[in-house]
Write a protein that binds this ligand. Structure first.
Ligand SMILES: O=c1[nH]c(=O)c2ncn([C@@H]3O[C@H](COP(=O)(O)OP(=O)(O)OP(=O)(O)O)[C@@H](O)[C@H]3O)c2[nH]1
Ligand SMILES: [Mg+2]
Length: 299
C-alpha cells in the first residue's frame, strides 16, 4: 500500500474509533440528560413501574423481601422486612410450615418493632414496613384506626399499626397522642416540667393497636393501658419517654427495667395480649381467607 493510502486508512480508522468513543459517552449520558426533561422523566417512571412488579415477584421467591411502591404517600420503595422473633415465653401458636399467620407491622419506630416482636414471639410470623404514614390528629382510637386503614390500603395484606399516647392526668390527658412532638421539642428530661405547677404527677401510657385483614370491614382496636407517675429522668435514654414514666407498683422507671420486665407489664404488652387472643381464636378463618386469596391471585 502506498504511504498516502496508508495515511488515509489510519485517518479513517481513527475516525471510527473516535465515533465509537463518542457514542459510548453520549449513550451513557443520555439517561441522565433525558431524566431531566419532563417527557423523559415520565417515561422513566413508567418503565420503573413496569419493571418493578416483575422484580418484586422474583425477589419474593428469592430473598423473602418484598418491595412495593406506595401509591400516594411516599415515593421511595418500601421494604417489607421479615422480623426475627425475639423469642418470648409462650408460643400460643405452633408455627407449622405453610400455616403461619403472617402479619405486617407498619411502623417507623425501631424500638416499637423490637418490643412488638418480643411480645408476639411466635404467635405470628412478623414482617415490618416503614410506611411513611401521616401523623393523624384526634382521639387515640381514631388515629390508630385511621393509620391502619392507610397501611392496609397500601399493603393489601394483614397489617397492624399502633399509636402510643402518654397522658398526664393533671393536664386532662395531654400531651396524649401528641407526645411525639413534645418529646422532639423538649426532650424527655424537660417533659416533667409540664407538671411543675401541679401536685398530681399521675399519668398513664396508652397503646392503641389496630388490626386489619381481608375478612374484616373495618380495623379492630386493641387497647392497653398502664398507670404510673411522671418522675425526673432515670435510666437508659434510648426509647422516648421511658426514663420519666414509673409504672404503679414499681420503684423503677420503664427505662430502668429489663426488657423482659417492661414487656410483661407495659401498655404495649397489655394491648398485644388482647390482639394475640383474637388471632389465636380466629386462626382458622385467617388461614382459610389467606389460602383463598392465594388461589385467586394464582400464587
Ligand atoms: O418511652 C417510650 N416508651 C414506649 O413504650 C413508647 N412507645 C412510643 N413511644 C414514643 O411516643 C411517641 C408515640 O408516637 P407514635 O405512636 O406516633 O410513634 P412513632 O411515630 O414513633 O412510630 P409509628 O407511628 O411509625 O409507629 C413517639 O415519640 C414514640 O417514640 C414510646 N416512648
Ligand atoms: Mg407515628
Amino acid at each position: 500500500m502506498s504511504p498516502g493510502r496508508q495515511g488515509h486508512c489510519t485517518f479513517i480508522a481513527d475516525l471510527i474509533i473516535s465515533a465509537k468513543v463518542c457514542s459510548v459517552v453520549v449513550l451513557s449520558l443520555l439517561p441522565a440528560v433525558l431524566q431531566r426533561t419532563p417527557i423523559g422523566a415520565s417515561a422513566f417512571r413508567l418503565t420503573e413501574r413496569v419493571i418493578r412488579p416483575f422484580h418484586r415477584s422474583r425477589s419474593r421467591q428469592g430473598a423473602g423481601r418484598l418491595s412495593l411502591y406506595p401509591d400516594h404517600l411516599s415515593r421511595t420503595a418500601l421494604e417489607l422486612t421479615p422480623v426475627e422473633p425475639a423469642v418470648m415465653a409462650d408460643d400460643m401458636c405452633v408455627t407449622e410450615k405453610g400455616k403461619e399467620m403472617v402479619l405486617c407491622f407498619c411502623t417507623g419506630n425501631a424500638n416499637k418493632l423490637r418490643e412488638v416482636s418480643f411480645i408476639l414471639g411466635k404467635t405470628v410470623t412478623l414482617t415490618s414496613a416503614d410506611v411513611d404514614l401521616p401523623e393523624l390528629q384526634g382521639d387515640p382510637a381514631d388515629i390508630s384506626v385511621g393509620k391502619c386503614r392507610l397501611a392496609f390500603n397500601q399493603l393489601k395484606q394483614p397489617v397492624i399499626v399502633e399509636d402510643t399516647s402518654l397522658c398526664f392526668n393533671a393536664l386532662g390527658g395531654l400531651p396524649g397522642p401528641y407526645v411525639k412532638w413534645f418529646l422532639k421539642k423538649l426532650g424527655h428530661k424537660d417533659l416533667p416540667k409540664l407538671l411543675a405547677g401541679f401536685d398530681d404527677k399521675s399519668a398513664y401510657a396508652l397503646c392503641m393497636f389496630s388490626y386489619m385483614d381481608d375478612t374484616l370491614e373495618k380495623p379492630l382496636l386493641f387497647e392497653g393501658r398502664t398507670n404510673g407517675v411522671i418522675v425526673d429522668a432515670r435510666g437508659d435514654p434510648n426509647f422516648g419517654w421511658d426514663p420519666i414514666f414509673q409504672p404503679h407498683g414499681f420503684d423503677q422507671t420503664y427505662a430502668e427495667m429489663t426488657k423482659e420486665l417492661k414487656n410483661t407489664i407495659s401498655h404495649r404488652y397489655r394491648a398485644l395480649e388482647k390482639l394475640k387472643t383474637y388471632l389465636v381464636q380466629h386462626k382458622e378463618e385467617f388461614l382459610t381467607a389467606h389460602a383463598a386469596k392465594k388461589v385467586k391471585s394464582g400464587e
